[in-house]
Design a protein around this ligand. Sequence first.
Ligand code: ZN
Length: 200
Amino acid sequence: MKIFCIGRNYIDHAKELNNPVPSEPLVFMKPPTAILRANKPFYHPDFSDDIHYEIEIVLKIDKNGKCVNEKFASSYYSSVALGIDFTARDIQKKCKEKGHPWEKAKGFDNSAVLSEFHPLDKSKPVIFSLNKNGERVQLGNSKDMIFNFDFVIFHLSKYFTLQQGDIIYTGTPAGVGKIEIGDVLEGYLGEDRVFRCEIK
Ligand code: ZN
C-alpha cells in the first residue's frame, strides 16, 4: 500500500505559509507505518517542538492503473476518508533550507491520521472541517482544490502505478496550526464526526 500526499493544493493554505502556488501537483509520500487509525491517541514525539495538524480529504484507489486518462480517472475511486497530515514544521523548514527531502518532517510514525472510508457522492463537493478543543480551526471544500481528484490521479499515475488500496491525501485548506499535549482534534465530513484524536 502506498500513501501519496499532495502539498499546497489550496491557494489560501499556500499563501498562509508564504509558499508559491504550484503549477503542477506537489507530490510526496509517507510509509505505511505513518497510518494512525481513527480515534487512537497521537503521542507527541520529542524530536519536534512544532508539529502542525493539516486536515485533508483522503481518496482510496479501487483498482490498479497506470497512465490513467483524466476522463476515466473518476472510475478509480468511490469513497473518501478524512485524515490529518501531521507535519513537523521545524524539521520541514530545515529540510527546505538545505534542499533535503521532507520524509523526516512528514513521514514519521503515526503522522497520517485516517478515518474510516465513506461512499462519495461525486455530484457534490466534499465539505470538511477540523475542530481543535471544540472550536473549528479549518474548513475546506473540495471545489477549492487547485488540482481536483481526477487530475491528481491522472498526474500520479504517470509516475507511479496505482494499486488497489493505495490512498491519497489531497492537501489541506488554510488554518493549519501547532498541536499541544492535551489537545483534542475532531474531523468532520459534512456534519458527521468521523474521527477524534487526542494528543498525549
Ligand atoms: Zn498536507
